[in-house]
Design a protein around this ligand. Sequence first.
Ligand code: FPP
Length: 246
Amino acid sequence: MALEKDAGRFPLSAEKMPKHIAIIMDGNGRWAKKRGLPRKAGHKAGAETLEKIISAARELGLEHLTVYAFSTENWKRSQEEVDAIMNLLRQYLKNYFKKFIKDDVRMDVIGDIRRLDADIQKQIIEIEQLSMEKTGLFVHIALNYGGRDELRRAMTKIAQEAAEGRLLPEEMTEDCIAGYLDTAGTPDPELVIRTSGEERISNFLLWQSAYSEFYFCDTLWPDFTKTELEKAIFAYQNRERRFGGR
Ligand code: FPP
């Protein structure tokens, strides 16, 4: 919130706008703890922030926004917390995304949705289909997602195709591998943001972030704002990207 005083301080170049930003939304639990609230209150506040950041991303003209909402490791949390996040997700899919579809926002899920409850899987498929024609902003929600699990699932499919003689070893280009990932068809994120002061990738977009710029900030996710997003983009625009060259 403190950053709101900075509104307008980060003039962005339209030419150097990233097409795709990915966010590790971290710090909901600490945000709640600081206020003496249960962790689920932090997730609820985090879901509200996500809604605002989707609108901000749309206003800034981003093409893709990927958010890490639930990792393959998050099942290890207490059943109470997992249930709270899943219930939040149900509400989110029901309310927010219907609203976003009206705003030309497309949505899909990356991750293995087969482990999610059947009603949530149904909601996801429905929204993916309902929003398919939308061209404004494409929001990718990572649910039961892990970069290693995504690669494992892709390799299983590749091995199957190879065993059935439909894929030859010499056809295994990087583009071919990318086509088997959950993110097939989506450009790699130029910028990955992580909130809450942690500076790890935590199994997020391992393949896709090979050349991404990383931006870490101390703000806890529920306090993240459009201005902070602009600040991250501003920092990105002022970096030199060399992709391994000189
Ligand atoms: C990380 O904070 C956050 C999560 C594991 C869940 C992310 C969920 C949301 C932002 C809201 C839900 C959105 C949808 C669409 C369901 P943490 O709990 O690890 O925080 P901590 O590190 O402070 O404990």
